[in-house]
Design a binder for this molecule. Structure first.
Ligand code: ZN
Ligand code: ZN
Ligand code: FE
Length: 761
């Protein structure tokens, strides 16, 4: 029993840059076992010698006492003969195959926060304070293993005090790679529009605070990119920011100094509170309180606010003395990716910002603020970036590896499969601009470099015109194209670790269909791996009756066109002509549209539920011009405004064999009647949502499947989603939602990877 043994342990998971090695060192010292620990690119390696009992204790205490943010995925052990180690040491990192998990950037911990507000601490008011429990990771890492020489901190040589902390296994900053202090670390500067230095260090922060108080727009080099910041209570300044950013309606995110301040303006439940104060510190969509003191320009016609707490010391320092929340929106022009470099910022943000608060720690990759919304009692990530990316999604065993999926077009993300882990990139954005395309290429390169990844198969959307698809085709690799809504369904499947068979309800704005029309109101039955189905592995068992989009893209931007298209199809020429929403349109415009429709000029057909939402929103007069995707659906959701009704509109399901057609004609006829009867928007919107939910239940019943997956951008709608869950459960179905991968096109890349796996199995 007292015989010496040697135990070798290999741990994989989120175990680097989280204080794992010092934790092992402390445990080994406490139990008086000898040996070593090191970091390799594929995980943490430990060898310990002692008696069997002591070693068993050592082993069992690892998962119990690990650092709070560490996550152990696998722990392998091997018993060996002793080699008589004389001490326990932390050895240098070794290289190896790169599958170790890179941690996301984490918000400032309470210990660090205390230090920056302690006048006696050497890090008093220092904006780059961090430790192994908090601070930057993904935004500063160049390559694995995660060591200082592989990060954006490599050019900053630690002073002797920082080095002492870094070398001391009992210190919170032991091997904290971004460790820094006012003497040796990065510094802030305040610049004017020309890049002339106005102030340094603490003065730069004080001057910035003054500028914010005066209503000026500050471009702030944050953690993963530039943010544009302004006093959220100053109407003039917020309006100015909207004009300069070319962003007329899309809600701005807010940052508050404290949870208490948020609770003054918003309703916050327990889960929402946990999310706000979590190390991920995302933007949480919160219902604003009626008594809130904010100006409507923050989020026009929107009862929800996107709210976050400061996530870096710099943000804490800025907000600490302000008695107002700030708008903190991405530093870009509408539609472009976030800007990460200060020289580039001077150029790109020159017409937006008055001042630039910058620093000299390079940002190696853009990472936006993440967005989450609580629905059905759990959080759903709407935009997955800071705090979450690049944490992988583990999938059921796959015989394949080295697959690259390039995602969709809007809200693009890319993903790679290595072994049974999918690493999804941070949110890149809409690939419509040159800047976005550049960012797409950079993210791809950086993923390849970080994980030493060489794709063997490439997967893309079936849309031939998506730039992501064109990129895929240019790579000269075996290629798999995946239908957009099938990818949505598989994304939800993977996110819930399910296996087919399932019924996927994939509702969104747009996606290229197998029949070359635009899909978006789809019920896809995914069976076991039976390629006997019509198109590979799924069958489109039902979809919405199609309607025309007069002018294509133009109808997306002006949903009155959709309303007119639907109305003239249902009611011919007359009954609807006096609807109030038409007052905003000239007779000439109207006649032109009618001509387009009757002659089928540039009027693509779609089965999209997202567009149906837009059309109905326009019809009842709450949405005329759209400046961002999903605005119509949002307006209709918010129109309900707590109205309670169980009523629905009648609808028809046509056909006796698959695919069934969901005919919305009766819905539209009754909506028009309600408008004429001056029924409130609230009631019409609620009845419309209720009807869509009954359609889901109805098709679920016809499909005879139990597991119902709700996916696509439409399921960011809280009323629709929560009511669908409620009704499906009532009818004994099991509904599944997305969780840590977005239901919108940000989840497409994961679905594409799954499609490739299912196809090759
Ligand atoms: Zn810390
Ligand atoms: Zn230092
Ligand atoms: Fe989509």
């Amino acid at each position: 029993m007292n015989q010496l043994k040697r135990l070798k342990i290999i741990i994989q998971g989120a175990v680097q840059g989280v204080g794992f090695r010092p934790f092992i060192y402390r445990l080994a010292t406490e139990l008086n076992v000898k040996g070593w620990v090191n970091n390799s690119a594929s995980g943490v390696f430990i060898e310990v010698e002692g008696t069997e009992i002591i070693l068993e204790t050592f082993l069992s205490r690892i998962p119990q006492e690990k650092p709070p943010i560490a996550q152990i995925n696998t722990l392998e052990t091997t018993w060996l003969d002793p080699v008589n180690y004389t001490c326990f040491e932390i050895r240098h990192s070794s290289s190896g195959e790169k599958t170790a998990i890179v941690l996301p950037d984490l918000s400032t911990c309470s210990d660090c926060l205390q230090e920056i507000f302690d006048p006696n601490n050497r890090r008093y008011l220092y904006p780059f304070t961090n430790c192994t429990n908090c601070g930057p990771r993904y935004s500063i890492i160049e390559e694995l293993p995660y060591d200082r020489s592989h990060t954006a901190m490599k050019t900053f040589t630690m002073c002797k005090w920082c080095q002492k902390e870094y070398d001391n296994p009992l210190d919170r900053r032991f091997h904290a790679q971004p460790n820094a202090c006012p003497i040796c670390g990065p510094r802030v500067q305040l610049w004017d529009k020309k890049g002339e230095i106005l102030a340094n260090q603490k003065n730069a922060i004080y001057f910035s605070i003054d500028a914010l108080k005066k209503g000026e727009i500050l471009a702030l080099k944050g953690l993963g990119g530039f943010q544009l910041i302004v006093d959220a209570k100053n109407t003039e300044s917020v309006t100015k920011l909207r004009q300069r950013k070319h962003r007329p309606h899309k809600p701005f995110a807010l940052m508050y100094a404290s949870l208490e301040a948020i609770k003054n303006d918003c309703e916050v439940n327990d889960l929402e509170e946990q999310l706000l104060i979590s190390p991920q510190a995302p933007i949480v969509l919160l219902k604003s309180q009626n008594k809130h003191h904010l100006i409507p320009e923050i989020a026009p016609n929107n009862p929800y606010l996107g709210v976050m707490l400061p996530s870096t010391p710099l943000h804490h320092l800025l907000l600490h003395t302000l008695d107002f929340p700030i708008v903190a929106t991405s530093g870009n022009l509408a539609g472009e990716p976030i800007c990460i470099d200060e020289k580039e910022a001077l150029n790109r943000l020159a017409n937006i910002a008055d001042l630039f608060l910058v620093h000299n720690r390079p940002i190696l990759r853009p990472v936006d603020d993440s967005v989450v919304r609580v629905m059905g009692g759990r959080e759903i990530i709407i935009r997955r970036a800071r705090g979450y990316a690049p944490f992988p999604i583990s999938i059921n065993d796959s015989s394949l590896t080295n697959i690259l999926a390039v995602g969709g077009h809007l809200k693009n993300t890319v993903a790679i499969l290595k072994k049974n882990q999918v690493f999804i990139s941070q949110h890149i954005g809409d690939l419509s601009t040159v800047e976005a395309l550049k960012s797409f290429n950079q993210v791809m390169e950086s993923l390849n470099k970080l994980y030493e990844f060489e794709p063997e198969i490439i997967v893309c959307d079936a849309h031939p015109d998506y730039v992501s698809s064109q990129y895929a085709k240019a790579q000269n690799l075996p290629i798999i194209t995946v239908q957009h809504h099938y990818a949505h369904v598989l994304s939800c499947l993977a996110n819930n670790n399910l296996n087919p068979p399932v019924l996927g309800v994939a509702w969104d704005g747009t996606g290229y269909g197998d029949d070359q029309t635009i899909w978006g109101g789809e019920f896809l039955l995914v069976k076991d791996n039976t390629p006997s189905l019509m198109k590979g592995f799924y069958e489109r068992i039902a979809y919405f009756r199609t309607f025309k989009l007069p002018g294509g893209e133009k109808a997306v931007k002006d949903p009155r066109r959709i309303a007119i298209s639907i109305l003239s199809e249902v009611l011919g020429d007359n009954d609807w002509i006096k609807l109030p929403f038409l007052e905003t349109m000239t007779t000439k415009e109207l006649n032109l549209l009618k001509q387009m429709l009757s002659r089928n000029l540039n009027t693509p057909s779609t089965s999209s539920v997202g567009r149906l939402f837009d059309g109905v929103a326009a019809m009842i007069g709450i949405c005329q011009n759209i400046s961002f995707e999903g605005q119509g659906a949002m307006a209709l959701e918010y129109a309900i405004n707590e109205f309670k009704t169980e009523q629905t509109y009648p609808y028809k399901i046509k056909g006796s064999t698959y695919p069934l057609i969901i005919d919305w004609q009766l819905i539209i006829e009754h909506i028009v009647e309600d408008i004429i009867k001056k029924i409130s928007h609230q009631e019409i919107a609620a009845k419309f949502h209720n009807t869509l939910v009954e359609i889901i239940v109805n098709i679920a019943q016809k499909s005879h499947e139990k597991n119902i997956l709700l996916t696509g951008g439409c399921f960011q709608n809280k009323y629709l989603t929560e009511r669908a869950i409620f009704r499906l459960k009532q009818e004994k179905f099991i509904p599944f939602l997305h969780h840590n991968v977005p239901p919108n096109d940000g989840g497409i890349a994961l679905g594409q990877i799954m499609a490739a796996i299912l196809q090759k199995q």
